[in-house]
Each structure stands twice: as structure tokens, then as C-alpha cells.
Design a protein around this ligand. Sequence first.
Ligand SMILES: *Cc1c(COP(=O)(O)O)cnc(C)c1O
Length: 359
Amino acid sequence: MRDHVKLFIPGPVEVSPDTYAAMSAPMMGHRSKDFTKLYADIQPKLQALFGTKQQTYISTSSAWGIMEGSLRNLVKKKVLNCCCGAFSDKWYDVSLRCGKQAEELKVEWGQPILAEQIAKKLATGEFDAVTLVHNETSTGVLNPLEEIAKLKQQFPDVMFIVDTVSSFTTVPMNFDALGIDVLLTGSQKAFAMPPGMALFAASEAAYARAATIADRGYYFDFLEFKANGDKSMTPSTPCIALIYGLLHQLNKFFAEGLENRYARHAKLNSMVHSWVTKHGFEFLAPEGYRSKALTCVKNNKNIDVAKFVSLLKERHKIAIDGGYGKISGKTFRISNMGDETEASISELIAALDDTLGAL
Ligand SMILES: *Cc1c(COP(=O)(O)O)cnc(C)c1O
């Protein structure tokens, strides 16, 4: 049996030994030629993943750093925070904590945010920014990003800020075609890396807006990222070990092929979905809006979720999540993102079957 508990929680997820090995390369100076070469090697690969000709950036922070930074760089008037679960709800709270005018567009946990709901709010003319969580990790809802992004044409002066932390690299992403202003993600979800690094891209309009805002701060200043990025550097000393790991993971993604990677995530997700329906469970998210990265199972059978989670860990050294915040126990969540394979998900499913039988 494994020597450690394997994570099938929706982040952090399991990190492969080859990724840890890549991260243990010798340290280098962050203003050295060696570093600018590493950065420049990574840049086109990240641009291909983001679907952009814009620069992409590496931030030494978790995703929240850029989620907060986006507000500080881009909100002048008032931000509309689309709220449909724990992460998107918290973004509203963070807006207020940054001293921004903010309003929630709230739907019930488990429901998606629809383009027409956003359009109605933006039509008031009150807002100059909107935040959206693409894949709401707490509820397993995948919001209709393409339809929502089309609103940018109707509201060109509104900054569209999108968190793709738990969807990035599980479904295709095309920043330039979407026409949005910020797309951000983090290292510990589908990238299958340790936490501590965020990645993002920004539009020309975003830089123009940032230039009109005086209190952007320093650490997450988009214009600092751009000026340093022009020289293949970061504003401050970055998480160099994670960047070695990033290059390694990117090489794995492209060796597999991006289309194959998206197909693999869809296939593994459908394997978990089959387990759910086989046992008579339901999904929290409605059909058509379900994540490809994780499954949020509705506990319609009223099992003891806490016991299920702890027994699974005891018997199989596997961790799943017993539900987030106010839907803890009423739901549970199983991740299929990262380096998982049909074999490893089959093993997970056998363990879930065994544990459910032992409850
Ligand atoms: C995990 C997650 C975050 C938070 O990421 P941190 O790394 O904790 O900052 C934000 N948004 C979504 C959708 C997430 O899944």
C-alpha cells in the first residue's frame, strides 16, 4: 500500500514524484541569465495554454493574491461580484476589504451564473468591473464562460476578471478569443504542483485601467509584472523551485498533447459520474453546468459523510472532501484533476465501493 494519503480532494491534489524531483534543481539568482532563460522557456508554453499572445505572469502567491490584486489594479468605480459558492462569495468580501464599492450577484449554491443575469446588472452602468469564478470548486458548477465573455462586446469599459483556478488545463482556454481582461489560476489544482504559485494574463485594456489607479500597491501591481516580464523577470524574488516544477509539468502537458489532456479529464470525470449514478447519488450542479475537474455529489441518500471520508482514509489511504462550509455533510467532493489516469481513478472507485459497503 501507499506510504502516504493520496489526495482526491479538489486541491491541493496529488503531486507526482517526478514533479518533486524537478523542483529540487539547484538554486539560481533571480536576476541571472539562467533565470531569464528559464522564464523565457516557459513563456510560450504558458501562452499556448492560456490561448494568448499577451504576456503571462508568474506570481509568488496563492491564487488569492491575484484575485485581490485584480481588484486593486482594476476597480475604480464599483465591482459586480458573481456569487455562486464559497470562492466566488469570498471575492465579494475581499472587494469590501480592499475598500472597493461592490455588489453581489447571488444565486443559490449549486446553481450557475447566467449571462443574462450579469447583462441586466451591467446595463445599470454602475459597474466598471465584474468578477467570475469559472469553476466554483465548492459546488462543482462550471459557469458558461464563453456566453458571459461575449458581454464584453456590449460593455467594453467593464473589466472582466475570471478565476479559472480549478478549471484551467481541464478544459480548453482561449484568453484572446474570449476578449476578457484577466484570467488567473493557481498551482495546486489541475497543474498538480505544490501550492504557492499563481499564473495570470491581462489585456491591454487592463494595463490602461491600472495606469489610472494610484493605489495599486507594489506586490501585485500589474504594471510592475509587465515591466519585469518584458525582461523575462518577476517584480520580486519568485518561487524558483515551483518554477522548475512548472516547466516540468508544462513539458508533460505538451508531450501528452493538450487535446488528449482535456479528453483525459473528461473521461476520468465521467468515470466518477458513473460511480455516482450507479449508487443512486445525485449531483449538486444541474446537467450542462458540471465541472470536468471534480464532482460535487449530493448526499441524497443521507449517508454519514464524515464517517465515509474517515473510513476511506483508514482503509485505503485516500482523501476525498466531506463538503465545503455550509454544505458540509450534505455534499462530498471528489477530484479527478492533475496527473490521474484511468488506472488510478479505477483504483479510487474500487476504494469508494469498498468503503460505501463497509459504512
Ligand atoms: C482553490 C481555489 C481558490 C483559492 O486558491 P488559493 O490557492 O487558496 O489562493 C480560488 N478559487 C477557486 C475557484 C479555487 O478552487
